[in-house]
Design a protein around this ligand. Sequence first.
Ligand code: ISC
Length: 461
Amino acid sequence: MTAEIPAPTTVSAPSARPQPTLVVRTIAIDDLPDGPAALIDLLPDARPLSWVRRGEGIVGWGEALRLETYGPGRFADAEAAWQEALARAVVRDEVHVPGAGPVAFGSFAFDDVVGADGDARPCGVLIVPRVVVGRRGTTTWLTTIDATGSLSHSPGTHLLDPDGRTPVSSPGEVVEHPGALGTEDWAAVVQEATRRIRDGEVDKVVLARDVVTTAERPVDARWLLANLAQNYPSCWTFSVDGLAGATPELLVRSEKGLVTSRVLAGTIRRAAPLPDDGPDPAVFLASSSKDLEEHEYAVRSVADALEPFCSSMNVPDAPFVLHLPNVLHLASDVTGVLGHTVAEESSEGRTPSSLALAAALHPSAAVCGTPTTAAREMIREIEGMDRGRYAGPVGWLGADGDGEWGIALRCAEISHADPRTVRLFAGCGIVAASDSRAELVESEAKLEPVRSALRGIWNHP
Ligand SMILES: C=C(O[C@H]1C=CC=C(C(=O)O)[C@@H]1O)C(=O)O
């Protein structure tokens, strides 16, 4: 389990190139240690894949197949290529739980425009790993995926042997530089957005900023993941193709006809100084009209996007307060039952996959704004930064279409070209009542999880 990984078959979708036959075997395994980072501790250093929360989920490594997509069709093309791969797959799954059998980890760009330099970078990727290890409750499993079409391979627990694994390495000293905009310039952009919101151009826009860090040594994604999984166990600790983080926001989970989305918008820094004798921060947040307005737009956007797919839905009337170590968020869990609907009819009777649902939900008003198109235009015009895959869907997709997709927040993009360089991102929902100084403070609090992880700071020593 070292860096030596055979080159994957890369398919740029849509493509006429034939895909390999995948041979997929899932077996139950015992004796997997538990704990928030136990799955992550199994990962080798090269290209680790992760979707883990509270010690459950899946991790993967190696690339049996890599499906890359471009432009506005990035979700539909990825789905079509995945279906094509599955049509040729030979599967033996002895476990039959979500995440067992064939799975693809995926990450998609926030925006679908080609970069300013005209480069045709892929803006969506699905990676089918060679090895997947999963845990759900007391069930643990190992999946191997062979892309050579060999039926003779058998998954062996030697794949979990720690001896061959390269130890996790510290990035050493980390130096931080301004990203696309310095803090003062970003605050000025927030002020401009607030003015334009007051003029009625949009109701809400989410503006993000980045900072760039340079480490003494290449950043090992596992260094970040183990720290984030321990410090933020209620978040989804993800890693796909150099994008690693711990997101508190679930864009959509689809499992056996039930869809769930955890919508977040409205934030207060955990240690925010409040006026003397002021209310508890959670009480302050839950009664802040500015935050409640921000939240309402986000919930509406998710409810409206899911509605065409659902025969029934539950949209909470009021949010609850989600407590994280760095911030508190207003949160709403929206649920629905996939049903015989207009959307299903237009997709020839097929139940939409979790990826199709993520595509319909993206970009929600938690990361874009209201109305969506005008907010996205404003982001393109004034944000001054290429978001890349930050704020895009990240997660996994199974053979039956079920899966989980988060919004890539609280994350770092490790540069492929120079893995000592890492970009960190944070965004804030801006409404008419926003104050640029307060938004700057909020963005700093949102940078905190990855900043601490890079420096190896543990919440619970
Ligand atoms: C855009 C981000 O957060 C979103 C999710 C939760 C709360 C948010 C807010 O209060 O502004 C944002 O909508 C980010 O963390 O980069």
